[in-house]
Unconditional design. Structure first.
Length: 408
């Protein structure tokens, strides 16, 4: 996800696009196929639309997970995928608040506009658009949106207090917060309450309460542009165990190839980045550079994950983990690839392995919970007994024991 490349580049490492095909039966009942051709076509179209909606909801839920983990760039991509499958006001709303987190204020306004076309009384969209307008210094528009919220919800104390405070600041007079009318736009900034994305929020029905909520501040992504300085990467509370020595320096030619690959990855040119990492790996064949080889394999796996070459991603991650079993980024990349391949048992194993290495990784915790619910629904209470072995977990546990005992 927002895990940066090994080698100082931090960028979006890819998103999971897995769709739970096992939960796609309508109301868990068997649907009798229609008997004539016209009805058959109508039946197929209806089923296709239902599948798209379910898949879109799944992508939106993954976006919520990424948002809670502070990886706003990945959350934005999930919401975009949800919209492409089945556009809803909820998805546009969630993408709007994510765009605000990424300082993409014009994009947030556009998404709120679409959400309000779909649901004209959606107060979340109005509040988020007001927040975006504020950042764009369009104070008159922001005031108008806050007043619209209060016309819809006169008891909304958060919006009322914010509007009154702003009008005092720019006009020096206390406003009747429920009244309309235009005011002089002074160009000064103000704070607008923004409702954060939650697992249960923006379900697609109703506008919800517009009261201000706490921000999800424990985890955030450094891959997003213009992020606040106070935000920290997902692994920040506690550093995972590591070996006691640094990898040997790379030969100048190999280091140049790696840096070029990092630059291409950061620019979103994943195919070119993969080529540079491959060339770097070829230069290291036969050399005692196991740790650097592991890092390059992990970086190339990130390219494969972004480009959808999931089997290659799993292969590179597995090779990398055989050399460096405690690399959390590598385990997460393989878990995401398995998730996208709908190999949910393997994905669950890897997310659990992440938590054994570093229990503070929020993404691994939320993804494990989601996959556990699915596997229990599919296999029953004995689902854990059916999990496949994970050889890399054994390697990681052995490495952890060595680190704990001070062994190299």
């Amino acid at each position: 996800m927002g895990w940066g490349l090994d080698g100082s580049v931090r960028a979006n490492d890819g998103i999971s696009t897995a769709v739970d095909k096992h939960n796609c039966n309508l109301d868990n009942t068997k649907v009798k196929p229609p008997e004539n051709e016209t009805a058959s076509l109508r039946f197929e179209v209806t089923m296709a639309a239902a599948d798209k909606e379910r898949n879109a909801n799944r992508e939106r839920e993954k976006g919520n997970e990424a948002y809670k983990a502070g990886d706003f760039k990945e959350a934005y991509e999930y919401y975009t995928r949800s919209i492409s499958l089945f556009p809803t006001a909820a998805a546009y709303n969630n993408r709007a608040i994510t765009a605000i987190k990424l300082s993409r204020f014009s994009d947030a306004v556009s998404d709120c506009n679409v959400a309000l076309k779909l649901e004209p009384t959606n107060t979340k969209a109005l509040l988020r658009r007001a927040n975006a307008y504020k950042s764009l210094k369009k104070n008159a528009e922001a005031i108008a949106d806050l007043q619209s919220v209060l016309k819809l919800e006169p008891s909304n104390e958060a919006a009322k207090s914010e509007l009154e405070a702003f009008l005092k600041e720019v006009g020096g007079a206390k406003s009747d917060a429920t009244a309309g009318g235009s005011r002089q736009d002074s160009g000064k900034g103000f704070r607008v309450p923004v409702q954060e994305v939650k697992d249960s929020s923006d379900s697609g029905k109703g506008s919800g309460n517009a009261a201000q909520s706490n921000t999800s501040g424990a985890y955030s992504s450094t891959s997003a542009p213009k992020m606040a300085a106070a935000q920290t990467p997902p692994i920040a509370t506690q550093a995972p165990p590591t070996t006691t020595h640094a990898p040997p320096p790379l030969p100048p030619k190999v280091n140049k190839l790696k840096e070029e690959g990092n630059a291409f990855f950061k620019a979103g040119q994943y195919g070119y980045a993969e080529q540079k990492y491959t060339q770097a790996l070829q230069e290291l064949v036969g050399k005692e550079q196991s740790e650097n080889i592991a890092l390059l394999l992990s970086n190339r796996a990130a390219c494969y994950l972004k480009d959808g070459s999931l089997a290659k991603c799993v292969e590179d991650c597995t090779r990398s983990l055989s050399l460096s079993p405690l690399n959390v980024k590598t385990v997460i990349r393989r878990a995401q690839a398995y998730d996208s391949m709908e190999k949910y048992q393997q994905a669950y194993n890897d997310f659990q392995l992440v938590l054994k290495i570093d229990s503070t990784v929020e993404l691994a915790a939320t993804s494990s919970d989601r996959l556990a619910r699915h596997l229990k629904d599919k296999h029953g209470d004995g689902w854990k007994a059916k999990l496949p072995p994970n050889p890399e977990a054994d390697l990681a546990m052995a490495a952890l024991r060595n680190v704990s005992s001070g062994k190299p």
